[in-house]
Design a protein around this ligand. Structure first.
Ligand code: ATP
Ligand code: MG
Length: 439
C-alpha cells in the first residue's frame, strides 16, 4: 500500500461537525455562520465585496509591507514561477493586494470605496493554537477616506460584529487604541529612539542590534525580558505628535466615547507592517493565551501612493477567523449546529416517487430537509435522524402515506408528534423552519 498523504503542517482542513477530528478546530458550520453574519453586517455599513488573487508578485509585499518586517523577512511563502522565472508570493495579508487592484483599475477615480474580502493568508510561522501557516482573515478596507469618522466607523463595525456573534465587548474582547503619527513625527521620534537605544547598546539582543537603524520602532515590540526596562524608558511617540495628529486621534476617541465604547490607549501598540500611520487599533482577548490579538488595523495614508497610485488616504483592518472561532468555542457561546431542520425517514424505497415531491415542496418553503438515503429499516433510519442533529423527523411510513399524510416527530424538544397532510405543505412547513442563520 502506498504511504498516505497528509496536509502540510499548519494548514488545516475545515470539516463538518460530523467528522471527529483530533485537534479542536472549529467546524464548518461555525465558519458558515460567521461568514453569513459578516455578510449581513458589512452590507449594513455599505461595504462592497472584492476578491483578489491569492498569488501576487513578491515585489508587492516587499514594497507594501516594508523590507524589515517579520512577514517579509521570514514569513512569506515565495517561489519562482517555473514557467517564466517570475518571483511570486502567496499573500500573507490582504491589504497590499486590494490596494494593487484598486491602483491597477484606477478605481478611486470616481470617489472613495468601502471594500471587504475574506480568505486564506499564508505565513511561514511555527504552528500552534491560534497560529497557522494557512489561516483566514476577514479584511475590511476604506480607501480614499481621510477620517477620523471612517476610522471610528471601522471600529464600531467590529463591535457590531461582536454583538451579533454573541461576544461581550469589554469582557470577551477589548479595544486597544494608539496613534502612530505622521512620517515627520515618526522620524523625530525615531531619531530620539535610536539615541536612547545607542545609549544602552550593552542591553540590545541580536534582533534589536540588527533593527537599530532599519526599524528601531519594532524593538519596542521585543519579548526579551532583559530589554523590558530599557524599552519601557524609551522616548514615547505620543510626546512627538503635533497638533493635527492629536486632533485626529482625539476626534476618533470622541466618536468612540459618544458611542459608549470603552478602550485603552496603548502607546506601545505599533503593529507589524510599516505602512501604518495615525490611528492603529487591536481587539484583544485574554481567553486565547499568547495568541490574543483577534483583530488589528489602522490607517495607511501612504500605501496607495507607494504602490504607484495617486496619493489617497485609507484605513482598514484584518480579523483572524480561526482565532475568533476558537474564542467563541472556548467561551461556550451558543452557536448554530449546522444540522438540517428535518430528517426524512423513508422505510420503503418504493415510496420515493411520492415522497420526493413533498421534500421539494418543503425546500421551496425554505425548510432544510435531509433525505435518508441508503435504505435500512425504520429503527436504523431513526438512529441516523437522531445523529444528524435535525430538530424533527419526518416519517413517511406506509400507514401515513396511504392516508396522504406524514408524521412530524420532534427529536430535540419535548412536544407532541403530529400528522400533517402531504398535499398542503405550505400550512405546516413553518413548524419545521429553524432559527435564521442555521448553517
Ligand atoms: P501576531 O502578532 O499574533 O503575529 P500579526 O500582527 O502578525 O499578529 P496581523 O498581520 O495584524 O497579525 O493580522 C491580523 C490578524 O490575523 C491577527 O490579529 C490574527 O488574528 C490573525 N493572524 C495573523 N497571523 C496569523 C496566523 N499565523 N495564524 C492565525 N491567525 C493569524
Ligand atoms: Mg505575526
Amino acid at each position: 500500500m502506498s504511504k498516505t498523504l497528509q496536509a502540510i503542517k499548519g494548514m488545516n482542513d475545515i470539516l463538518p461537525g460530523s467528522v471527529t477530528r483530533k485537534d479542536k478546530l472549529p467546524d464548518s458550520a461555525l465558519w458558515h455562520w460567521f461568514e453569513s453574519t459578516v455578510r449581513s453586517v458589512l452590507a449594513r455599513y455599505g461595504y462592497q465585496y472584492i476578491l483578489t488573487p491569492i498569488v501576487e508578485p513578491t515585489a508587492l509585499f516587499v514594497r507594501g509591507l516594508g523590507e524589515v518586517t517579520d512577514i517579509v523577512e521570514k514569513e512569506m511563502y515565495s517561489f519562482t514561477d517555473s514557467m517564466n522565472g517570475d518571483q511570486l508570493t502567496l499573500r500573507p495579508e490582504a491589504t497590499a493586494g486590494i490596494v494593487r487592484a484598486m491602483v491597477e483599475h484606477n478605481a478611486l477615480y470616481n470617489g472613495p470605496l468601502r471594500l471587504w474580502t475574506l480568505g486564506a493568508m499564508f505565513r511561514h510561522e511555527r504552528p500552534q493554537k491560534g497560529r497557522y501557516r494557512q489561516f483566514h482573515q476577514l479584511d475590511v478596507e476604506a480607501l480614499g477616506f481621510a477620517g477620523p469618522d471612517v476610522d471610528a466607523e471601522l471600529i464600531l463595525l467590529v463591535r457590531r460584529l461582536w454583538k451579533e456573534l454573541g461576544l461581550v465587548e469589554g469582557d470577551h474582547v477589548r479595544l486597544e487604541l494608539n496613534s502612530l503619527g505622521q512620517p515627520a513625527e515618526r522620524a523625530a521620534h525615531r531619531a530620539a529612539l535610536i539615541a536612547h537605544f545607542e545609549a544602552h547598546a550593552e542591553l540590545l539582543d541580536e534582533d534589536a542590534k540588527r533593527r537599530l537603524h532599519s526599524n528601531p520602532l519594532r524593538i519596542l515590540d521585543t519579548k526579551n525580558p532583559a530589554m523590558q526596562a530599557m524599552v519601557e524608558a524609551a522616548p514615547k511617540l505620543m510626546d512627538f505628535l503635533g497638533e493635527e495628529t492629536l486632533a485626529h486621534f482625539n476626534a476618533v476617541r470622541a466618536i468612540l466615547d459618544a458611542a459608549g465604547l470603552e478602550y485603552r490607549v496603548n502607546t506601545r501598540l505599533v503593529r507589524g507592517m510599516d505602512y501604518y500611520n495615525l490611528t492603529v487599533f487591536e481587539w484583544v482577548t485574554d481567553h486565547l493565551g499568547s495568541q490574543g490579538t483577534v483583530c488589528g488595523g489602522g490607517r495607511y495614508d501612504g500605501l496607495i501612493e507607494q504602490l504607484g497610485g495617486k496619493s489617497a488616504p485609507a484605513v482598514g483592518f484584518g480579523l483572524g477567523i480561526e482565532r475568533l472561532l476558537l474564542l467563541i468555542q472556548e467561551l461556550g457561546l451558543p452557536v448554530p449546529s449546522g444540522a438540517a431542520d428535518a430528517y426524512a425517514v423513508i422505510p420503503d424505497a418504493a415510496a420515493l416517487p411520492q415522497v420526493l415531491p413533498v421534500l421539494e415542496a418543503l425546500r421551496a418553503e425554505g425548510v432544510a430537509v435531509q433525505m435518508h438515503a441508503g435504505g435500512g429499516n425504520m429503527k436504523s433510519q431513526f438512529k441516523k435522524a437522531d445523529a444528524s442533529g435535525a430538530r424533527y423527523a419526518l416519517v413517511f411510513g406506509a400507514d401515513e402515506l396511504s392516508q396522504g399524510q406524514v408524521t412530524l416527530k420532534p427529536l430535540r424538544e419535548a412536544g407532541e408528534q403530529s400528522l400533517q397532510p402531504l398535499a398542503d405543505v405550505k400550512h405546516w412547513a413553518g413548524l419545521l423552519r429553524g432559527p435564521a442563520g442555521n448553517a
